[in-house]
Design a binder for this molecule. Structure first.
Ligand SMILES: Cc1cc2nc3c(=O)[nH]c(=O)nc-3n(C[C@H](O)[C@H](O)[C@H](O)COP(=O)(O)OP(=O)(O)OC[C@H]3O[C@@H](n4cnc5c(N)ncnc54)[C@H](O)[C@@H]3O)c2cc1C
Length: 426
């Protein structure tokens, strides 16, 4: 059996290792346009901020491909040809497959903005991006980060660690719009501002300003905001959002919406072609529609499911759960599931102690926990995520108790034999 995997990141690596475990003699080829060992994108901002050395970014060691019997090709794949069961490399060479996994992830996306082609404008997706920013950083006093989501805040943190004054500009009314809520965002904003960041929300950049540098090239000198304010800066990080890398299946029978649409086996609309990770649009636990999750744990889980099914071992994907974690100025944050329900639907429990950087919110619908945010004391968050995943019935009185009390890991046990009811142990 010839297995071909495009992408050597979270989804691709976990798929390859699953396949190798289940089919020791299968021929596995992995192709990536990033011609390097697999690494964690989630750590690139810590590398930027010099908190970890480059070696710690890599998630597999030198010799990985030969030890696991994976044939690695460091090239861009231009397109997939389902009719001939092959892919076309940038070199013009074709590589055939019996089973194909598209694990090409996503790429940064931002609306056109005047001045974006100047020196000093960056994005943060790859290790190469982080290295380029790190190399440029010694010339920078002030950086403007466009985007107040997880990647924007992580990038801002990396730059702040280098002693750069950071201004975060976000178009949404609060930070991490899809992952938290205004109250928790308020706590994080106060923390960030106390630590020297400037946060501008409900604001957009309208134009990047530049001036000629000593080598005669145009380099960033500032940014004009829609408020009319002009901020003087030497670096811009664009972290507005990402889009799945679906181009290589364009004009094929593979169905694409935002991402490549997959079924519970992670198979696309074309037999023997699978997709996983940031490129895939898959079932989600709490929503009826399929969605692109764009999170590391989702990509690894989908990679494992795809790997099983590619070898003929049937496994069904349980669906993605929005799950975010971050440490902002030393304070932990975890959120999962649905943050806001339409008015009149469900119950929301909240505890806020802003002066202690503490916040908890539990969202309950039809007697089930469907969302939670924890800021400050985040221990035991995994137990609550488990309850959301299981769709377990919860005891509201006990959740109320947990708003201000520790969530214990030995946590939850089935309460009734008859149904999917779970309770939490005190
Ligand atoms: C700065 C940053 C911080 C993040 N922090 C977190 C976090 O804290 N928590 C979290 O859950 N998630 C985080 N994420 C998101 C997480 O990194 C992604 O969800 C995860 O990397 C997705 O894995 P993937 O395998 O689907 O795709 P990717 O990691 O995007 O990898 C795609 C692979 O495909 C290859 N590829 C793409 N196109 C082609 C082509 N045409 N030909 C050949 N190869 C190709 C690429 O080289 C790469 O190997 C972060 C992302 C970034 C950028």
């Amino acid at each position: 059996m010839r297995y071909l995997i495009i992408g050597n990141s979270a989804a691709g690596i976990f798929a390859a290792e699953t396949i190798r475990g289940l089919d020791p003699s299968g021929q596995i080829t992995m192709i990536s346009k990033e011609n390097c060992l697999p690494y964690s994108r989630c750590l690139t901002s810590y590398f930027l901020g010099k908190e970890i050395p480059e070696e710690r970014i890599y998630i597999r060691n030198k010799g990985y491909y030969s030890e696991t019997g994976i044939n690695f090709i460091g090239q861009n794949v231009e397109r997939v040809n389902p009719e001939s069961k092959s892919v076309l490399l940038e070199s013009g060479e074709k590589v055939g497959y019996d089973k194909l996994l598209v694990a090409t992830g996503a790429s940064p996306f931002s609306p056109p903005l005047e001045g974006s082609d100047m020196e000093g404008v960056f994005q943060l997706r790859t290790l190469a991006d982080a290295k380029a920013m790190a190399e440029f950083a010694p010339n920078v006093k002030t950086a403007v980060v466009m985007g107040a989501g997880l990647v924007g805040l992580k990038g801002a943190h990396g730059l702040h660690e280098l002693g750069i004054k950071v201004v975060v500009v976000g178009s949404a009314p609060y930070l991490m719009r899809y992952s938290i809520d205004p109250e928790s965002s308020g706590i994080l904003i106060r923390l960030l501002e106390k630590n020297g960041y400037r946060i501008l929300l409900n604001t957009k950049a309208e134009k990047i300003l530049g001036e000629k540098n000593s080598e005669g090239r145009m380099s960033v000198s500032g940014v004009v905001l829609n408020s009319g304010e002009q901020i003087s800066c030497q670096m811009i990080l664009k972290a507005i959002g990402v889009r799945p890398n679906v181009q290589l299946v364009a004009d094929t029978e593979v169905l694409v919406n935002k991402g490549i649409i997959v079924d519970r086996e992670m198979q696309t609309s074309v037999k023997d072609i699978y997709a996983a990770g940031d490129v895939a649009e898959a079932d989600s636990i709490l929503q009826d529609e399929k969605s692109v999750s764009a999170l590391w744990p989702t990509a690894t889980e989908q990679g494992i499911i795809a790997g099983c099914n590619m070898t003929g071992v049937n496994r069904s994907y349980r669906g993605s759960l929005a799950l975010n974690s971050a440490v902002i100025c030393g304070v932990g944050l975890i959120s999962a599931g649905v943050m806001n329900l339409p008015p009149g639907e469900g119950i929301v429990l909240r505890a806020v102690e802003p002066e202690k950087n503490f916040y908890r919110k539990f969202v309950i619908k039809d007697g089930r926990l469907v969302g939670m945010i924890m800021v400050g004391r985040i221990e035991g968050a995994g137990v609550l995520c488990g309850l959301i995943r299981k769709g377990a019935k919860v005891d509201i009185n006990y959740l109320n108790y947990l708003l201000t009390n520790p969530v214990k890991y030995q946590g939850y046990l089935p309460m009734s034999k008859g149904g999917p009811q779970y309770g939490l142990l005190r």
